[in-house]
Design a protein around this ligand. Sequence first.
Ligand SMILES: NC(=O)c1ccc[n+]([C@@H]2O[C@H](COP(=O)([O-])OP(=O)(O)OC[C@H]3O[C@@H](n4cnc5c(N)ncnc54)[C@H](OP(=O)(O)O)[C@@H]3O)[C@@H](O)[C@H]2O)c1
Length: 286
Amino acid sequence: MKKVLLIGADGMLGGELKERLEKKYEVVGTTLETLDICNRDAVFAKANEVKPYFIINCAAFTNVDACEVKEDVALAVNGTAVGNIADAAKANDATFIHISTDYVFAGDLDVEKAYTEDMQPNPVSAYGRTKLVGEENAKKAEKYYILRTAWLYGIRGKNFVKTMLRLSKEKDEITVVDDQNGSPTTTTTLCEIIEAIMEKEPEYGIYHSTNEGFTTWCRFTRKIFEFANISTKVRAITSKEYKEMYPQSSDRPTNSKLSKEKLHKIGINPKPWEEALKEYLKEELK
Ligand SMILES: NC(=O)c1ccc[n+]([C@@H]2O[C@H](COP(=O)([O-])OP(=O)(O)OC[C@H]3O[C@@H](n4cnc5c(N)ncnc54)[C@H](OP(=O)(O)O)[C@@H]3O)[C@@H](O)[C@H]2O)c1
């Protein structure tokens, strides 16, 4: 059985991934309590002790708005610490799987088009900037996969779907941004992609890893309510209107569409976001 060092094993993605991988791999999971990735010596000590075949990093500073006011902390976790893991992976000849984000892109691409892996990142937020530093550091592992995901939600964490379900109980009408485009992605789909990458071990590099298809936050919300039989009205607003309501909020890309062509070429075909949402809601509303 191959050994896996899974970092961030109690997060929204990490928690589900750990449960799934334990069926096929010998998994050692770490959390912030047991391994602070900002502590370089501790990261090396753990990698040297476990001697894993794969190191997977699901740990991150993921609160996009908080990153704006704590960019130094976000940089330490999302940027510098990824270099600790990459170096430890290289020293142990392990393959490094790192999770990144659509927010590394500026989002000003023609909205009819989707970003490919070779396009130039140019983040508009502190979160995106720090995650981009993380990507550059991840490459130091040499044997690496950087999986850029987007609009992630899962049973184990606080997420957009849960927030919308809660708001639907509190309000008759909610307002949601309708000019940001991307792919809602379940942690289950991302786990499936990670597992397929681990099995296939394709060429090292960056892979866009989301559910298939594109929507806006507003249309996503309407679909959540349709599938959950909720009658709360959803009113579309622009990002500009949202920013006026919440001036502290981070800027977000208008076009967050990630092309999955490269993933398709290696035989990985994620399911459409609507199908994944249906499956998620079945579990969430049980
Ligand atoms: N959520 C999204 O919409 C989204 C979108 C695109 C990409 N991603 C990426 O997907 C990955 C997984 O995200 P997620 O939503 O599952 O994240 P999450 O639920 O926030 O989990 C991240 C975990 O990292 C831990 N952590 C924070 N600082 C740490 C440190 N210094 N050392 C060790 N652990 C630390 C957190 O612990 P505490 O909770 O105790 O702080 C938490 O358990 C991340 O790389 C994220 O950037 C997420």
